[in-house]
Design a protein around this ligand. Structure first.
Ligand code: ADP
Ligand code: MG
Length: 372
């Protein structure tokens, strides 16, 4: 599995480009609406979003199993509009293994080579190498039914890699597995990606999986991409309130911008207190906004912080290394703060009144979310 057979790219040309791609299934609403996205050669890009947000449809259009209603998809600069799926040199792995039950593992993995007319000896060599890659060397003669779910999914992965594809698409490939196995296979997929340098487009609704695996994440909602960026950017600098909510945990305060000085703004919350925030999406005076603050960015006490409020402890939940405190403050309840279980951590009790503090840079003023 070398990169030698691949078409050499022009210096900074993306391998995949979605250009204004929309998809409407007969008569229905837009499943995908004006998707513009470039994917670089060797990149691991994840489509993350809730069910029905257009992830699978986007992937299937790249694979060639669905046709865009509008727009174009380019691979290595060329439109694939008229290229059938089996000519796109793309490997696909689905949630349900879709192995041929009557074939052995070896025959399953050899199938794409057979279709491509690869000779017997060469095929046998490649099958062995692919099975080794997914740590199933020696399993070639078994039937799929004799393997565990995780092993079957490894076979599906070997089958998607065996013909040295330019791109591998994975649609919730670990969705049917239990948590421990899922985490183990996540690491294996990541190592295989790093080792082969193959381009992977991965679909999941699991945000922690997306954060762990991806070079970049595209967050989908209602057929549109809300934000695209590396995991740390998506988590730490969300530009949309939906993204701040969907990925990780975030506290929400609603309000209206009352002043702005470029980088920061002041927001009068519905609870009647002022918050200094990083001016992100809502920046004009008078705009309504949803503020987002991560629980781990809030300090108890918080002397000297840009923002300080008084809150009442509602509930404490012990998590070993940290305690999650749920608090009520003016205008909202269920405000979450993570308190590290470290030396010198303050003792808390339900009903107690505490001060909280956070910096303006850790608090982002975003587009207003509808009321819960
Ligand atoms: P996701 O993979 O993010 O869950 P999908 O791409 O499967 O989302 O679906 C996006 C939208 O398109 C949903 O509203 C879904 O009901 C609709 N949809 C998906 N496949 C079809 C289809 N074959 N026919 C009609 N509607 C579809
Ligand atoms: Mg899907």
């Amino acid at each position: 599995m070398t990169a030698a057979a691949r078409v050499p790219p022009a210096a900074d040309e993306p391998l995949v480009s979605f250009v204004g791609v929309s998809k409407r299934y007969s008569g229905d609403a837009m499943a995908v609406a004006r998707l513009d996205l470039d994917i670089a050669r060797g990149e691991f890009v994840t489509f993350l979003g809730p069910s029905g947000s257009g992830k699978t449809t986007s992937l299937m259009m790249l694979a060639g199993f669905e046709t865009p209603t509008e727009g174009d998809i380019r691979v290595a600069g060329k439109s694939v509009r008229r290229v059938p799926p089996h000519r796109r040199n793309i490997g696909v792995v689905f949630q349900h293994y879709a192995l041929f039950p009557h074939m052995t593992v070896g025959e399953n993995v050899a199938f794409p080579l057979q279709v491509r007319g690869v000779g017997r000896e060469e095929a046998a060599r490649r099958v062995d190498r692919a099975l080794e890659l997914v740590r199933l060397a020696g399993y070639g003669r078994r039937r799929p039914a004799e393997l565990s779910g995780g092993q079957q999914q490894r076979v599906a992965l070997a089958r998607a890699l065996v013909f040295d594809p330019d791109i591998v698409l994975m649609d919730e490939p670990l969705g049917a597995l239990d948590k421990q196995l899922r985490e183990q296979l996540q690491l294996e997929i990541k190592h295989i990606h790093d080792g082969l340098g193959v381009t992977i487009v991965y679909v999941t609704h699991d945000q922690s999986e997306a954060l762990t695996l991806s070079d970049r994440i595209a967050v989908f909602k209602d057929g549109r991409v809300e934000q695209v960026g590396p995991p740390s950017e998506i988590y730490e600098r969300p530009t949309r309130a939906f993204v701040a909510r969907f990925i990780g945990e975030s506290n929400r305060l609603d309000g209206r911008v009352t002043a702005t000085d470029g980088r920061h703004c002041t927001v009068r919350t519905t609870g009647g207190f002022d918050v200094r925030a990083a001016a992100t999406a809502a920046i004009a005076v008078g705009q309504t906004t949803t503020l987002s603050i991560r629980p781990e960015r809030i300090a108890l006490g918080g002397e000297g912080s840009d923002n300080r409020v008084t809150a009442t402890v509602e509930e404490l939940i012990y998590h070993g290394d940290h305690v999650r405190a749920r608090l009520a403050l003016a205008g909202t309840t269920g405000f979450v703060v993570k308190v590290a279980n470290a030396a010198g951590a303050p003792a808390l009790a339900p009903g107690a009144s505490v001060s909280l503090g956070w910096s303006a840079d850790d608090c982002r003023s975003l587009d207003p979310l509808p009321a819960d």
